[in-house]
Design a protein around this ligand. Structure first.
Ligand code: AKG
Ligand code: FE2
Length: 342
């Protein structure tokens, strides 16, 4: 089974048979391989090499400027622990650098939540306007476009599951989605790091390829991923085989997170994926569409879904996100906001 490309323009129009068909296609892909490519939606003008380059300009900053954006686990003089820059970690399997940005990017500094004591709501350190003129407005506009696409997909999934289409809306209002920009350089084979272990490479189509993004499933809801024309992303299909998720201009790859899988009783699948090294540097732009920190995740009225004790999204997110290598060493910095029922 291949990854299907689905035009989603009808999701933005009134109820119609065409919209019903789109909903059915999306749910089929979500319940099947758990990956799809979407095209044809407001915001798709971003999905060209030139437009992506506007965002990826951040990687041209000199090291000294990137270092200003680092977070606490990489620079103990910084206050930000969840948002900001993660540098290359030469000994880790995942070989990437980049930045995680939150909703304050799109809302403007004035609305940032610097008063909150919740690290999940901390402001994002961003480059100064003089350093990258126009960059911030471009990134903000991209963030808003992805939020709109994420909302349309969640509504479509709600309808597909026979739930009220707005059932997720309130949870995502004031959500803490993450826009991440990633660069995977070519691994320096003379860096003195032993990458001969089995976790560092795989044989794919008879060729040994090194791993630059470790196999994982995303933790949250919906991921909207812009690839930058360079292959390497792979998804594990239902037969357990790795298949390529081809990059194509005008499309976003979409996959789903473990929380949505659990919340929908497995009707939506959180598919495992990884990145194998291409022949050139690779850039990608994932957007993790996420609800409010205080959104209560309680069982949905879905036949066959296992009941569970309701919990707060923020508590779940912190526990899962801090397992990833770029978030290493920060788990102890946030306590659950709701005590677990004992
Ligand atoms: O770079 C990619 O294509 C995938 C990135 C990814 O899976 C992630 O950041 O969760
Ligand atoms: Fe991922």
């Amino acid at each position: 089974m291949d990854i299907e490309t689905i035009g989603i323009a009808d999701l933005f129009g009134p109820p119609s048979p065409a919209r019903d068909r789109t909903d059915a296609g999306i749910l089929a892909a979500a319940s099947g391989i758990g990956f799809m490519a979407i095209e044809d939606f407001p915001g798709d003008a971003w999905l060209t090499p030139d437009k992506r380059a506007e965002l990826l300009r951040i990687f041209t900053l000199p090291d000294a400027e990137k270092q200003k954006l680092l977070r606490w686990n990489f620079d103990r003089t910084k206050k930000n622990v969840y948002r900001g820059w993660f540098p290359l970690q030469p000994t880790a399997v995942s070989y990437k650098e980049g930045i995680d940005m939150g909703p304050d990017l799109a809302q403007g500094q004035a609305d940032g939540d610097s008063q909150s004591d919740d690290p999940l709501r901390e402001p994002t350190p961003l480059p100064a306007e003089e350093t990258l003129p126009g960059w911030r407005e471009a990134a903000a506009s991209y963030y808003r476009a992805m939020e709109a696409a994420g909302n349309a997909l969640m509504r479509s999934i709600a309808r597909g599951l026979g739930l009220p289409e707005t059932i997720f809306d309130a949870d995502f209002h004031g959500g803490i989605s993450t826009l991440r920009l990633i660069r995977y350089p070519l691994r320096d084979t003379n860096a003195g790091i032993d990458t001969s272990g089995p976790e560092f490479s795989v044989v794919h189509k008879g060729e040994t390829r090194s791993i630059i993004g470790r196999e994982h499933a995303d933790s949250g809801f919906v991921t909207l991923l812009a690839q930058d024309g360079v292959e390497g992303l792979q998804a594990k299909n239902l037969a357990g085989e790795w298949i390529d998720v081809p990059p194509a201009n005008g499309t976003l790859a979409v996959n789903f997170g473990q929380l949505l899988e659990r919340w929908t009783g497995g009707r939506v699948r959180a598919t495992r994926h990884r990145v194998i090294a291409p022949k050139t540097a690779r850039y990608s732009i994932p957007f993790f569409y996420e609800p409010r920190v205080d959104a209560e995740i309680a069982p949905l009225p879905l036949a066959g879904a296992e009941p569970f004790e309701p919990f707060l999204y923020g508590d779940y997110l912190w526990d899962s996100a801090t397992n990833f290598v770029e978030m290493a060493g920060i788990k102890h910095l946030r306590e659950p906001r709701r005590a677990k029922a004992s």
